[in-house]
Design a protein around this ligand. Structure first.
Ligand code: UDP
Ligand code: MG
Length: 319
């Protein structure tokens, strides 16, 4: 078993006063059980990140820390920055103290019992353990349809993500240090984590209903999140414009030929041939131009993200 076994569970919280008492209670039990089994060290903590909530979330977190400093810690953001940023803030704070970090939601939708399997996988040498939803029958049809459709679109666009995995995962300290090298501002963690690499596996769990309170992801945020994910990881939409340009350009050549033949055959009205020809030709050339410009913008976009070009897992060298 790995000697380095301090676990931090990082939980972003936005207006979660309704669930925090229950969440902290269940996590306390889980942490105590893991400590008793010797799987995690006494220095392990549950770290709540308050994402600029206007309700009692932070006072609750502060009180938990005051009463049980050896169980609960807190991070308070200066304002609401969204789930992904709050999660990153927690991961990058926890990495200073932890050997392994699990991220989960505050609302108990992620089955806490999957933590055991994640910790076991860490002790077996895995550095990233993805929690994967086995069933979604607790989700509404709409949520299930949109969410699963999203994963499929991402796959089709060539983005490397784990199907039905959200942000419930374990990462080793090394993996989080790798993550810290990604300096992009548009954060889409479930797309970035697979880029880090290292030995990984999955653990499946059943997604429960939100314990209390309302979803903090209304449709508008869901769409923004999906658009962010796609445009942060794929230049395929640009390529699509380019391909459309090529196709329209080819059609324009055929149309030009057709217009000329019609003119020669004599059954066209004046001006039709030149109009037909220029509409198709110009349309095709414009789309082609857009595609080419887009290709360069895509390059600039990728450069500005300043992603690490590699992360070394180990070096064999006798100096
Ligand atoms: N969350 C956050 N900041 C936000 C929105 C959400 O930290 O601006 C947290 C929220 O407290 C929860 C997690 O992100 O712990 C997932 O949110 P939610 O459960 O509302 O999303 P859903 O499960 O409905 O997709
Ligand atoms: Mg939820």
């Amino acid at each position: 078993m790995n000697e380095k076994n301090t676990l931090y569970i990082v939980i972003p919280c936005y207006k979660e006063e309704a669930v925090l008492p229950e969440t902290s209670k269940r996590l306390r039990e889980k942490m105590n059980a893991l400590r008793a089994a010797g799987k995690i060290s006494e220095h392990s903590r549950v770290m709540f990140v308050n994402d600029g909530s206007s309700d009692q979330t932070w006072p609750i977190i502060s009180r938990l820390h005051e009463q049980e400093p050896e169980m609960f810690s807190g991070v308070n953001l200066s304002r609401n920055r969204g789930h992904q940023n709050a999660l990153l803030a927690g991961l990058l704070t926890a990495v200073n103290y932890a050997d392994m970090i699990i991220s989960m939601d505050a609302d108990l939708q992620d089955d806490i019992n999957a933590v055991d399997a994640m910790v076991d996988a860490y002790h077996e040498g895995y550095e990233v353990v993805y929690g994967v939803r086995s069933k979604r029958d607790k989700d509404t049809f709409f949520k299930r349809f949109t969410a699963e459709g999203f994963y499929k679109v991402m796959k089709a666009l060539g983005v490397d993500i784990v199907f039905n995995h959200a942000d419930y995962r374990l990462m080793s300290r090394r993996a989080v240090e790798g993550l810290s090298q990604f300096s992009e501002v548009n954060l889409f963690l479930r797309g970035i984590v697979p880029q880090i690499g290292y030995k990984w596996t999955t653990v499946s769990y059943e997604r429960a209903e939100r314990f209390a309170g309302e979803s903090k992801y209304p449709l508008k945020k869901m769409i923004a999140f999906a658009a962010d994910g796609i445009t942060s990881f794929s230049v395929k939409p640009i390529r699509l414009v380019f391909s459309a340009g090529v196709v329209v350009f080819l059609i324009s050549l055929v149309m030009l030929l057709y217009a000329l033949i019609s003119k020669l055959a004599g059954h066209t009205s004046a001006g039709w041939t030149s109009l037909m020809g220029s509409i198709w030709l110009l349309g095709g050339i414009q789309l082609l131009g857009l595609g080419i410009v887009g290709e360069y913008i895509g390059k600039i976009y990728n450069e500005t993200k300043r992603r690490p070009r590699f992360i070394i897992e180990s070096v064999l060298n006798k100096a």
